[in-house]
Design a protein around this ligand. Structure first.
Ligand SMILES: [Ca+2]
Length: 365
């Protein structure tokens, strides 16, 4: 028995020693005391735009946080999970300076709100030529489950994740509304002629896929769309999303309701897509990036999923997405709200909350 204990102790010591020696990264704070950072867009190594859920669009300029807030952002509802959400740059941002913002938009004179996306041009420290290009319908009276992440397909069309609004989960299975959908539009707000439901009179033409809950990570890798979404209690998912397909919520789920009640007795059903991976207990996946940079060759060809509970980043090699293999990184930072990759191969992380940080992860040596 003593021998067993000493072998056990040796194993722990060896493991700790090995992991300390093998840490290949270190952190640099880019910004501190920022208010609920939510979405990050990297212009280049030293210039980074980010949103604060409270409503501000801010910029790190030449590596330093500008005290000046970028003007022109529309009024947003800041409540619960509502606020100024994601930001993505136009694929031709270097020449046209256009960007896209998603946010929770309050309805005038009503107690309702909805997910809205605008296009705008960044002119020094202000947004100009602002145009609404998507507004989810119908509105909601909750301040939860917006989705609100965006990514570009190769053809220049924009994917927008739209959450189930928490109280409207059954609507995710119906095509006459935008709850629990992934949306595909052109950047001028028009609808691509090859959208899957464009000839279906009973479906909204912006819909690209459905049966989602609260999708908050989306990334396109060589034409393949990876999406992660919050499950209820357990059952967070990683999906490969294809047009017209139904991802099952709430007809099938690996999670339970927060009360412990059963949402659906089914985890699988014919005609409904399975996640390629799911998490029990939940990790609350918040953002996702694809890593193929040169700074960390050992992480090449990986999905990096930021997570809120308990708070870390899950690295999943693309070839391991169908297995349970994942590496847990940065678990000393608390809730991680978003992740992006810089052109130099460093990572940019946003930590969640009223005293959030923007952190750059670089190689240690
Ligand atoms: Ca699902």
């Amino acid at each position: 028995m003593n021998k067993k204990i000493s072998i056990f102790a040796f194993t722990i010591l060896f493991t700790l020693h090995a992991s300390a020696a093998s840490v290949i990264y270190k952190y640099q704070n880019l910004a501190e005391n920022i208010s609920h950072p939510w979405g990050i867009a990297v212009i280049d190594e030293n210039n980074i735009l980010f949103t604060e859920l409270t409503g501000a669009l801010r910029i790190i300029e030449d590596g330093v946080l500008s005290p000046e807030i970028i003007s022109g952002v529309p009024d947003v509802l800041f409540a619960g999970q509502a606020g100024l959400s994601d930001i993505v740059l136009d694929p031709n941002f270097a020449t046209n300076r256009r960007l896209y913002l998603s946010f929770s938009s309050p309805d005038k004179y009503e107690k309702t709100n909805t997910l809205e996306v605008i296009s705008a041009k960044l002119d020094s420290k202000k947004l100009i030529e602002i145009k609404t290009i998507f507004k989810a319908a119908p509105s909601r009276d909750t301040a939860a489950h917006y989705g609100a992440r965006m990514a570009f397909l190769k053809d220049g069309t924009l994917l927008i994740t739209s959450g189930d609004g928490f109280n409207y989960r059954e609507q995710a299975q119906y095509l006459d509304n935008h709850f629990g959908k992934i949306i595909r539009i052109n950047t001028d707000g028009s609808i691509p002629g090859d959208n899957p439901f464009i000839n279906d009179d009973d479906a909204l033409s912006e819909i690209w896929s459905y049966g989602h809950r609260n999708p908050q990570g989306i990334v396109v890798i060589e034409g393949v769309v990876y999406e992660n979404e919050h499950g209820p209690m357990g059952g967070d998912e990683l999906n490969i999303v294809q047009p017209s397909k139904n991802y099952g919520w709430p007809a099938i789920t690996y999670g339970k309701d927060y009360s412990g009640a059963t949402i659906s007795p089914f985890t699988k059903k014919d005609g409904l897509e399975q996640p390629i991976k799911y998490w029990i207990p939940s990790i609350a996946p918040s953002g996702m990036a694809f890593y193929n940079g040169s700074m960390f060759p050992e992480w090449k060809n990986s999905l990096l999923i930021s997570a809120l509970v308990p708070g870390d980043v899950r690295r999943i090699q693309i070839e391991d997405t169908l297995s349970n293999k994942e590496e847990i990184l940065f678990s000393d930072l608390g809730r991680v709200r978003d992740i992006e990759v810089s052109p130099d191969g460093s990572l940019i992380l946003a930590t969640d909350g009223p005293n959030g940080k923007l952190i750059r992860v670089i190689r240690r040596n």
